[in-house]
Design a protein around this ligand. Sequence first.
Ligand SMILES: C[S@@+](CC[C@H](N)C(=O)[O-])C[C@H]1O[C@@H](n2cnc3c(N)ncnc32)[C@H](O)[C@@H]1O
Length: 214
Amino acid sequence: MTDDVSRETPSVPDVAQGVFLDALPTAVAYADLLATEGILRGLIGPREVPRLWDRHLLNCAVVTDAVPLKASVADIGSGAGLPGLVMAIRRPDLQITLIEPLLRRTTFLEEVVGALGLSNVRVRRGRAEELHGVARFDVVTSRAVAPMDRLARWSLPLVRSGGSFLAMKGSSAETELATAGKVISRENGRVIGVLELGNEFLDQPVRVVEIVKK
Ligand SMILES: C[S@@+](CC[C@H](N)C(=O)[O-])C[C@H]1O[C@@H](n2cnc3c(N)ncnc32)[C@H](O)[C@@H]1O
């Protein structure tokens, strides 16, 4: 990480303490890295800084409410680490693999993992499809990676039987599910529904599509 980045520290909302508990200092350190190196390297836009907590860290953190204890998790298309890195910070019991094809992004992810001392995160450079038949996880997550049909094709082969696929989809969740039905059943997925997470912390709950692998 470079030393001469001008620091614009995003202010930490009160609710962050309740979400991250003991892990709050690590979450703050990650937010600072996103607001400095993340912007410098073009991984997030400068306009995201004032809404880093609301739109990114808090939203991503509450996805862990749908993840069982000690699960192995693959986050597809992590980009700058969202949601996978935030999930790893909030839940040290999880083993998280961040899957991301772009070198510039995996370099940043590896540096952040080192800087924050996260021992439960592994960074894997490549496309999700390259791991089909190679690796399986209890849970696969993603945010803003692809439309549901393509995402299901990439993600469901990575979920173990009985495990789940959690896609952060916001207001488009139902529409996307309706168009992806065939692909989901072909990949042995069973739609559980759209979860609303984080009600106790957020003004607007986070909407996550949950699909279980048969
Ligand atoms: C719009 S970004 C979203 C990044 C992050 N999930 C977020 O919400 O900020 C989409 C990411 O998906 C990655 N991606 C695209 N196709 C992929 C694939 N087949 N497998 C894994 N990652 C992929 C891209 O490199 C990019 O980093």
